[in-house]
Design a protein around this ligand. Structure first.
Ligand code: AP5
Length: 223
């Protein structure tokens, strides 16, 4: 399977699409946000710095992210295709990523942009609930994505929680960072002829179907 890079605004659905593709096709899912939250949870000096930056919606320094990513890419499950969710986020990170790919002898693959209007992101971010146990993603404002029992995961019975950066202030900062630093990547990858766009404004099944159609057209034969 081709490696995938997902580029999208905060709350557009990168994590949800990654979970759906991973469940169906066994991709490895690499979220740099999750890798950094894991590092932050250690509570040491570096962890506290990462936590503070994530809560404010600021980008964590490149060297820290690149090192966590490089380690993760060397795990065996990445050999059959992986999804990069949240990396690269700047043109500089894209250049670093190409160096890492060369070093590890891996392909860039396909870049997918999830399109959505800013207005829709507010409910997606403030209504998001996540499972501590299995990382399932819910939304309390969307009847199709609401857990059956409040605060409890349908899949594993785990406790649901809200991320510390899932508030309006942090969303504003993350969104502005996205416009300023991440959107230039769309041009960058368009010029390399590996960029495709998908509408993420409708239900998650609709997003998944579009990506499956795209991958089939590109010869990945996911059915
Ligand atoms: P990260 O964890 O990557 O957060 P983000 O980019 O802000 O994206 P989110 O995880 O908030 O949203 P998502 O697109 O995954 O949406 P989801 O699927 O959950 O990064 C957090 C922080 O870490 C950054 O701010 C930064 O500090 C740091 N960081 C990370 N990577 C970095 C890097 N490379 N360099 C430097 N710093 C870095 O969906 C959202 C909601 O919508 C859910 O409730 C879901 O149920 C719902 N939903 C999803 N899809 C649909 C759909 N199609 N229809 C209806 N509802 C949907």
């Amino acid at each position: 399977m081709k490696n995938l890079i997902l580029i999208a605004a905060p709350g557009a659905g990168k994590g949800t699409l990654s979970n759906d593709l991973t469940d169906k096709y066994n991709y490895a899912h690499i979220s740099t946000g999750d890798l950094l939250r894991e590092a932050a949870s250690k509570g040491d000096e570096l962890g506290n710095m990462i936590h503070e930056m994530q809560t404010k919606g600021e980008l964590v320094p490149d060297e820290i992210v690149a090192s966590a990513l490089k380690n993760r890419l060397q795990e065996e499950d990445c050999n059959n295709g992986y999804i990069l969710d949240g990396y690269p986020r700047t043109v500089k990170q894209a250049e670093t990523y190409e160096e890492i790919l060369k070093e590890l002898n891996k392909d860039l693959g396909v870049v997918i942009v999830l399109d959505i209007e800013k207005e829709q992101l507010i409910k997606r971010i403030t209504g998001r609930r996540l499972c501590h146990g299995c990382d399932a993603i819910y939304n309390i404002y969307d009847p199709k994505l609401t857990p059956k029992h409040e605060g409890i995961c349908d899949k594993c019975g785990g406790e649901l929680y809200q991320r510390s950066d899932d508030n309006l202030e942090s969303l504003e900062s993350r969104y502005n960072t996205y416009l300023e630093k991440t959107q230039p990547l769309i041009d960058y990858y368009s010029k390399k002829n590996c960029l495709y766009r998908v509408d993420s404004s409708l239900g998650k099944e609709h997003t998944l179907e579009q990506v499956e159609d795209l991958l089939n057209k590109l010869g990945d034969n996911v059915d």
